[in-house]
Structure formats: structure tokens, C-alpha cells
Design a protein around this ligand. Structure first.
Ligand code: HAM
Length: 446
């Protein structure tokens, strides 16, 4: 037998039975984003590799290990320089923030508005080792708020409370919100020097990955999952973020604003995030029902990124929630994959199913049914019929399975009388209707 081709590892089909849950997450998100004044943006799913390398950081795990390059596509830069660096070429987007900042700069948004509020829903790609909750193609719902002078503590609080609002609306309970502040780039540098000092004497106890991180990206040691690394970090007894007075004041205001907004949070000085672009407020929402990949979503401020990518000095903040993880958390709560209202639990429904019954070898009823099928659909009603000849009983069974509210029967008698039999499946009432009146009857039918 020929070998079957399967879906690539770390990716998944979203089948029709599950799609309603995805659509519900999407429509709920769109409604909530509208309440806060966010508008949708769609950027390409691949970008120049250098965009991600410059934004997320050369030493981040995503850039080091997880970029999926499109080797057959090379950006036509028009340059005659044939030498290539690892930053060149195109890659599938591992996240959306860098691409949205690229678009913000390219489209001169800072000249058009003082605060741009974007949201996005779509697939992201990371060459990860797949496991539960960790995929190579996954989906995020996220937002980015970007604008000159938008470094405002109340905006941080609003963005965080929007993430909480979304999770509550998805029916997720029992999630934990952790926040921290990394301060300015200078604060980050001072903190990394301080950390190196503290960790130096225990360097040999750290796992091989963390020994490399010590030089390249010391913050990542703080969120290493290795038991020994965790106890080394525990011994550091970090209680407060390592901040300048000004950054500390900003963070205090964010906390006050969050408290006013009624959002519960915990301050965690160990929350450092894996992407380089963050400054000041960072946050993560986790759920214990998810196992080792417990982050439902995360985000933070990235005030330097617009300038770093060639734009003006413009502040920004955003977050992304992982859709697969939201659905997994729903399952862990034994509520099914997503909160459902009636319109989503009702399953597929069909306005009309047409049954045609011809004598063997004839197809008059079939042709008349096929013509009527198109007419009903052009009126904006959903309609189906069986294209394979079948008995009345099996066609009725199919109508039932498809959730048909009405059935139209065209058989020998109906053809003779130029009529159809119209059956209301909900009330079980049946009547004959002249063929030329069917449009009118359907129009008044609700
Ligand atoms: P991130 O922490 O890399 O942040 O991803 C955000 C969320 O996406 C994670 O908390 C998780 O729920 C989901 N996620 C990430 N990787 C995977 C994966 N391999 N499989 C399944 N789910 C995954 C960002 O992406 C930033 N761009 C967020 C942000 C926006 N910061 C500022 N603005």
C-alpha cells in the first residue's frame, strides 16, 4: 500500500467539529478589542529574517533555534553584494510584534496618530521540539499599542486588563497573572551585571545551557526549568525588581492603575521574558492545568523597538495569547474546549434540504430539484440535496443529519402538478405549494 502523507509534526488540522470553538474565540476577541478601540491588522506570514533577529535578539531561543527559514525564497534587495549572513533571506514569522512595528514604521503611523491600536489573530511558526501545548505552527490573539508619548502607566494597566478581560470571556478561571518591570535598557544592563555577580560563585552548579546563558543572556537563567538552576536562583532571594528610581515610580503607578482596574496580580522579579525587546512592564498569564507549557499568554512594553528598527523614538506595549493553550485550559477545566452560546452549540443547521424522487432511468425531478437548489441559495438561504440517487428514507435521514429545518420533496406527483411538497421538520407539518410560489413561501419563512 502507498504510504499515507500525514500532517507535519508540531502542526495540526483544525477539523470542522472543532472549528466552532476557534470561531467563538475569534468573534469574542473581535468584540472585546472593539470595546477598547483596537483595529485589526494583517501582516504577511513571512518577513525578512533580519527583522526578527534585530527585534527578538540574536541570543533569544527563538532566533537561535526556532526560526523557520524559507530557503527557496530570497528577498530581492537589488543589492549586488552576493555574500549572505544568517540574517538574510526570509523566515516564517515566529511572532507578530516585530512585523507590526515594521508595518507601523513603513506606513508612517506615528505621523498619522498619537496612539495606534492594532490587534491580530493568526498563525505563528517556531521550529520547536513539539510537545503538549508547544507546536511548530500555533495561533495567537494579540494586540500592540504603539505611539509617541504612549509610555503611560494607565495604558500598561489597560492592556493587561484587556488580556484578563479576554481570558474571563473565554471562560478561563484560575489563571495567575504575574508582572514585573525590567526598567530602562540601562536598568536592564545594571541588573544583568548584578545577576552575573550573584551567580558567579555558583556557575558550576548551573546546567550547560545556563552556563552559556551566563555570558550571552543571563536573564534566561531566572526562568530555567532545571531543578538545580531553580534552587540556585531561589537562593538569590530576589524579592524586588532591580530598578532606578524613575522606573520604580513608573512601575508603582502601573500597579496602582491595575488595582483600580480590579485586576489581581503578583509581582515576580524572576519574570524576565525570552525576547530582547522588552523594557519596563512585562507580564505573563499562566494556568496550572496546562502542565509544563503553562503560559496562556504574555507581553510587555518595548519602548526601544520602533527606533531600533529605523523609526522614531516611539513607545509601545502589547501581548499575545496562545489559542491552542486557551483551548487546552478549557479542556483542563472540563468545560470542553470553549465557552459556547446557543448559536455555537446548535451544530450545523440547514434551511432547506431538497429530496428528488425519480423513476429509475429518469432525472426530471432531479433536474428540477437542482435548479431549485440554486434559486434557494441565491435568496440567501442554505440548501443541500443528494446528487446520488437514493430512497426517500435515506434522503430523509441525510436531511435530519444535516439539521434541515425544512424539506422540499419533488417526486412524480409533484412534477405532474407543477408543485412541491413543503415539510416543516420542526413542527412536522406538510403542505403542497405551487412551484412558482416557492420563492415567496421561503421569503416569509423564518
Ligand atoms: P511569547 O511569550 O513568545 O510572546 O508568546 C505568547 C504566547 O504564545 C505564549 O504565552 C503561548 O501561549 C503562545 N505560544 C508561544 N509559543 C508557542 C508554541 N510553540 N506553541 C503553542 N503556543 C505557543 C510573543 O509572542 C510576543 N510577541 C508577545 C507580545 C506582543 N509582546 C508584546 N507584544
Amino acid at each position: 500500500m502507498t504510504k499515507k502523507i500525514l500532517v507535519p509534526r508540531g502542526t495540526a488540522d483544525i477539523l470542522p467539529a472543532e472549528i466552532v470553538h476557534w470561531q467563538k474565540l475569534e468573534s469574542t476577541s473581535r468584540d472585546i478589542f472593539r470595546l477598547y478601540g483596537y483595529q485589526e491588522i494583517r501582516t504577511p506570514i513571512f518577513e525578512e529574517t533580519g527583522l526578527f533577529a534585530r527585534s527578538l535578539g540574536q541570543t533569544s531561543d527563538v532566533v537561535q533555534k526556532q526560526m523557520l527559514n524559507l530557503s527557496s525564497l530570497k528577498e530581492d534587495s537589488g543589492s549586488s553584494n552576493a555574500s549572505s549572513t544568517p540574517d538574510e533571506g526570509l523566515s516564517l514569522r515566529p511572532e507578530a510584534t516585530a512585523a507590526i512595528v515594521r508595518s507601523y514604521i513603513q506606513n508612517d503611523f506615528d505621523r498619522k496618530e498619537s496612539l495606534s491600536k492594532f490587534y491580530y489573530i493568526g498563525p505563528m511558526f517556531r521550529g520547536e521540539r513539539p510537545q503538549k501545548g508547544r507546536l511548530r505552527q500555533f495561533h495567537q490573539i494579540g494586540l500592540e499599542a504603539i505611539g509617541p508619548n504612549s509610555s503611560l502607566p494607565f495604558l500598561d494597566a489597560e492592556v493587561i486588563s484587556l488580556a484578563v478581560h479576554l481570558l474571563n470571556s473565554f471562560g478561563i478561571q484560575g489563571f495567575q497573572l504575574k508582572i514585573n518591570s525590567l526598567g530602562t535598557p540601562e536598568d536592564k544592563k545594571n541588573f544583568s551585571l548584578h545577576l552575573r555577580d550573584l551567580l558567579q560563585r555558583n556557575l558550576s552548579r548551573l546546567c550547560p545551557d545556563c552556563q552559556k546563558r551566563f555570558e550571552r543572556n543571563v536573564f534566561r537563567i531566572l526562568d530555567c526549568k532545571n531543578e538545580t538552576c531553580r534552587s540556585v536562583v531561589g537562593e538569590l532571594n530576589l524579592k524586588e525588581p532591580f530598578l532606578s528610581d524613575e522606573s520604580r515610580k513608573y512601575f508603582e503607578e502601573v500597579k496602582t492603575a491595575l488595582t483600580i482596574a480590579g485586576v489581581s496580580f503578583e509581582v515576580s522579579p524572576l519574570l524576565v521574558r525570552g525576547l530582547d525587546y522588552y523594557t519596563h512592564t512585562v507580564f505573563e498569564v499562566s494556568h496550572s492545568g496546562l502542565g509544563s507549557q503553562d503560559a496562556l499568554g504574555a507581553g510587555g512594553r518595548y519602548n526601544g523597538l520602533v527606533q531600533e528598527l529605523g523609526g522614531n523614538d516611539v513607545a509601545a506595549i502589547g501581548f499575545a495569547l496562545g489559542m491552542e493553550r486557551i483551548l487546552l485550559a478549557r479542556q483542563a477545566l472540563e468545560r470542553g474546549p470553549a465557552p459556547m452560546d446557543d448559536s455555537f452549540t446548535a451544530g450545523p443547521s440547514l434551511d432547506v434540504f431538497i429530496i428528488s424522487l425519480d423513476k429509475e432511468g429518469e432525472e426530471k425531478a432531479f433536474l428540477s430539484a437542482f435548479k431549485l437548489l440554486q434559486e434557494i441559495r441565491s435568496q440567501g438561504k442554505s440548501a443541500q440535496m443528494s446528487y446520488a440517487p437514493a430512497s426517500m428514507k435515506s434522503q430523509m435521514r441525510l436531511a435530519d443529519k444535516l439539521g434541515a429545518r425544512r424539506v422540499i420533496i419533488i417526486g412524480e406527483d409533484e412534477l405532474k402538478e407543477n408543485s412541491i411538497t413543503f415539510k416543516d421538520m420542526l413542527q412536522g407539518i406538510q403542505s403542497k405549494v405551487a412551484l412558482d410560489r416557492i420563492g415567496e413561501v421561503l421569503k416569509n419563512d423564518r
